[in-house]
Design a protein around this ligand. Structure first.
Ligand SMILES: Cc1ncc(COP(=O)(O)O)c(C=O)c1O
Length: 440
């Protein structure tokens, strides 16, 4: 069985030097929990500059869904590189971006035909989505969720709320974004039973409608179908149908942020497809182009009918990014989404076995290959065990597994969707040892 190989102390000598240079010239705002300096990456394996080999549980944070440096994607990019790198696709035409839009239309998670606006990142897809909703609705108010992460530009940041540090000193935000609680069944609001969490959130939404946000003035609700940075929180199955029913009463749009949960990660192309409702607008990025910066706002055609020049950019639909995205979608539909479902179920079952051995694992949650374990101090009180989580992250790294945090006390698993069951066995073994070591 192929395994991680750790040959040096971590960070190794070359990595140490680069980290020292980085510390002098890079923005001080960047969070690097693990001292990993990447030299190359293939499939589920990442190699650092000192020759250490790691099993990747992050996909570069939900980006390389088709496996690192996938040869088919690389080939498609190389072919495009020989043709042309850029020709502003928002002012002129080229076929490859049309072909990709047609493919995105084929995979849209709603019945009505779609139109596409290309972006360069997740935050820009979110900006486009909220601008589009505001423009079409001519309504000023938005609803977002506590614990959400939608990006860092001011529009998206006005919804982001997974950590105070993301917002501190950046106000004023976009006005009239009202946050309501996310339906968290593992840590429901005090006094609310887990099975009543949807009731509570819908009650709260209606209180918001009756007080600060008259529903006729609400343009849209923006939500991650599964909260990502906030902790891989999965809403209960009755939540989206009930939310959508409330929104439909007032013609409020449902915008889903699929930047992290989309592109096959959950065993369906879009995570919202697990929940039986159709969104009006989808914000996508990360996994869409396997590492070449790209995003897309995919909306119902009847919504994306704004006037000429109302919204545009320079690099949207870049031909190299489009080539990468086309190949990525082919690979996802050609078996990787199914693999995410099958291996994801196995992974989750193995995490549950691990939970039986370690009562510090309070919760195992997620769908497909978007999974997390949540560390608690006490299994009954379910209080956040941030310190232990951080130690486990470090201990797993020392043993060759790259796992990163989500929320206050969870470790997330978002590996390439090429992951196999034998890789899962290796990770579980590493986690078992890492938890024992962290517990001392
Ligand atoms: C759900 C979600 N939305 C938006 C973003 C922002 O994407 P980007 O960093 O590409 O701007 C992220 C990034 O982690 C995300 O997870």
């Amino acid at each position: 069985m192929e395994r991680p190989e750790i040959k040096t102390e971590l960070p190794g000598p070359k990595a140490k030097q680069i980290i020292e240079r980085d510390a002098k010239v890079m923005s001080t705002s960047l969070t690097r929990d693990l001292p990993l300096v990447v030299e190359r990456a293939r499939d589920v394996w990442v190699y650092d500059v000192d020759g250490n080999k790691f099993l990747d549980m992050t996909s570069g944070v939900g980006v390389t869904n088709v496996g690192h440096t996938n040869p088919q994607v690389v080939e498609a990019i190389k072919n495009q590189l020989d043709k042309f790198l850029h020709y502003i696709g928002t002012d002129f035409y080229y076929e490859i971006q049309v072909t990709l839009a047609e493919m995105l239309n084929d995979i849209r998670p709603f019945t009505e035909p779609a139109r596409v606006f290309y972006t360069n990142s997740g935050t820009e897809s979110v900006e486009c989505s909220i601008k589009l909703a505001r423009y079409k609705q001519r309504r000023p108010i938005f609803i977002g969720f506590m614990g959400a992460f939608h990006g860092r530009t001011i529009g998206a940041l006005s919804f982001t709320s997974s950590k105070p540090v993301q917002r501190r000193y950046f106000s004023p935000m976009v006005p009239q974004v009202v946050h309501i609680p996310f339906p968290d069944t593992f840590r429901p609001p005090e006094g609310v039973m887990p099975e009543k969490v949807t009731d509570f959130v819908i009650w709260y939404l209606n209180r918001v409608f009756e007080t600060v946000a008259p529903p006729e003035d609400v343009a849209a609700v923006l939500i991650e179908p599964i909260q990502g940075e906030g902790g891989y929180n999965v809403p209960p199955s009755d939540f989206f149908p009930r939310l959508k029913a409330e929104l439909d009463k007032y013609g409020i749009y449902l915008i889903v942020d699929e930047v992290q949960s989309g592109m096959g990660r959950t065993g369906k192309m879009w995570a919202i497809e697990h929940f039986g409702v159709e969104p009006d607008i989808v914000a996508s990025a990360k996994g869409i182009a396997s590492g070449i910066p790209m995003g897309a706002c995919i909306a119902k055609a009847s919504i994306m009918d704004w006037d000429l020049s109302a919204h545009s950019n320079t690099y949207g639909g870049n031909p190299v990014a489009s080539a990468s995205a086309i190949e990525t979608i082919k690979l996802l539909r050609g078996g990787l989404i199914d693999n995410a479902r099958v291996v994801g179920e196995y992974f989750k079952s193995q995490l549950r076995e691990l939970q039986k051995k370690h009562e510090v694992i309070g919760d195992v949650r997620g769908i497909g290959l978007m999974l997390a374990i949540d560390f608690v101090k006490d299994p009954v009180k379910r209080d956040f065990n941030t310190e232990l989580r951080n130690k486990v992250e470090q201990e797993a790294f020392k043993r060759g597994a790259i796992c990163i945090a989500a929320g206050k006390s969870a470790i997330r698993f978002a590996p390439p969707l090429t992951l196999q069951k034998e890789h899962v066995d290796v990770v579980i073994e590493i986690l078992d040892d890492a938890i024992k070591a962290a517990l001392g």
